[in-house]
Structures are given as C-alpha cells and as structure tokens.
Design a binder for this molecule. Structure first.
Ligand code: SF4
Length: 239
C-alpha cells in the first residue's frame, strides 16, 4: 500500500474546511487505532457497520483539567518562556502558533489519519516535539502504557507528514493529586516523562487497520473483553 501526499502545514490552519471537503473519506484517529489494537472486531463493526461499543460513564475531571491546562499554557505562548509549572522539566519554547490539528490523507485509499495535539515544543533548530497532558489519580509508573505509545507515535507521524520534523521524542506531562494542606490550593504533582516515538510503527498500524476494514470477514472477538461475554450471556436468556 502506498501512503501518498501529505496535507501540508498550511492545512493546519483550515482543518475544519479540509475535513468538510473530505467528507467521503474514512477518518481514523489515535483513538480508533487503539480500538483496532484492543479488539479488531469492535473496530471493524464500528467503521463498517456503525455499531459502537457502549461508552459507559465518562469522567469529567480529566476534561475539565485539560481545558484549564490549555488556557494556562496559552498564556505563555509567544512569551519566550515555558509555563513555570514545567520550567526546568522541558526544553525549548511552546510552538507558536500551535499546530493543533494535524491530518494526513492516503489519496489512493481515501483514508484520513488525524489527531489533535494538546501542546508542542519548538526547539528552535527546526525540530519539534509533541506534548500531551495526562491527568491521573496517582503517580505514573516507569513503563509507558501501550495506548499512549501508539498515540505519540501517531502524533509524531502526523508532525512529520506536515513538514514538522521531530527528534523521535514526545513528552507526557502527568498531573496527579498529592497529600498536603488542601485548604491552601489543592496540591497536584507535575511529572514529565519523555517517550521515544516511532512514526513508522504508526504508519504500520494505520495500514494494517485500513486493510482490516477493507476485508469482508468480521474478526473474532477479544477473549478478555467483558462486553461480548455479557451480550452472549444476555442472548442466552432469551426474551
Ligand atoms: S470483545 Fe466484543 S464488545 Fe469487546 S471490544 Fe471486542 S467486539 Fe467489542
């Protein structure tokens, strides 16, 4: 499979228009590729049959935190200084303007891969790095979870396809609550973890996922997922 023409950096600024113009194209994101990796059957059913896995209750705290963090970081964009919360923990400056939405189109297959960045660093030497905010209930462990690795690989791939060169590194900024005098501002710890990215791995997962969608055969269900087990059990009960 040939992955062709990147949608160039200028497209970053008119992402919505491009998306509208590309309405017929299949659109995949890091989240959908994660679903593909988690359970090819659910991925296939979602995109080929419009059947979505139940979403469950979505916690509102990470979303609220993300909004606050993005506004805070925006205040330091273009100032030449990193936000004090990450000073000494990151290098470079905040990318200005931030290439918030990135996309890449495979013109042969009419498939778009897109992603929305939380943040990015400009190292001043023509290279950049993706930054992602992660709100957690506890301190991060040493290992980087697989879903984050794929997400960062995809973002790195998209940066490069939009002529934004990287050094194969991305940064996860973890925010998690810690003990302290709660009445003196709720204490949060901030820890930055670097992650080595592999854009070629993202390209491979993208291609594999598209190939699966083009196949007529419904993949098998994941053995570890509880949803299908529950659905089968309910079916066995009858009406
Ligand atoms: S096992 Fe079933 S419900 Fe679970 S992810 Fe796969 S297809 Fe979806």
């Amino acid at each position: 499979m040939t992955l062709s023409r990147p949608i160039l950096a200028s497209s970053i600024l008119c992402y919505d228009e491009l998306i509208m113009a590309e309405e017929k194209a299949l659109k995949l994101s890091p989240n959908s590729l994660n679903l593909y990796r988690e359970c090819p059957r659910c991925f296939w059913l979602q995109f080929n049959k419009g059947i979505h896995r139940p979403r469950g209750i979505f916690p509102s705290l990470p979303g609220g935190m993300d909004g606050i963090l993005k506004t805070y970081f925006d205040e330091y964009r273009g100032t030449g200084h990193l936000p004090p919360i990450v000073e000494g923990k990151l290098e470079g400056q905040l990318m200005n303007p931030l290439a918030k939405s990135l996309m890449y189109k495979d013109t042969d297959l009419q498939v778009i891969l897109f992603g929305k960045l939380d943040e990015a660093l400009d190292f001043g030497d023509g290279t950049y790095a993706v930054v992602d905010h992660k709100t957690r209930g506890y301190a991060p462990k040493e290992e980087i979870i697989e879903a984050y690795q794929l997400q960062m690989d995809v973002y790195d791939f998209l940066m490069r396809q939009n002529n934004l060169m990287t050094k194969n590194v991305a940064y996860l900024i973890y925010y998690y609550p810690t003990t302290g005098q709660l009445h003196e501002n709720f204490p949060f710890e901030v820890v930055v973890k670097s992650i080595t990215t592999n854009p070629e791995r993202a390209r491979q997962v993208f291609e594999d996922a598209v190939n699966l969608l083009r196949s007529d055969e419904i993949p098998h269900a994941s053995k570890t997922c509880e949803y299908c087990g529950w659905a089968k059990a309910m079916n066995n009960l009858g009406d």
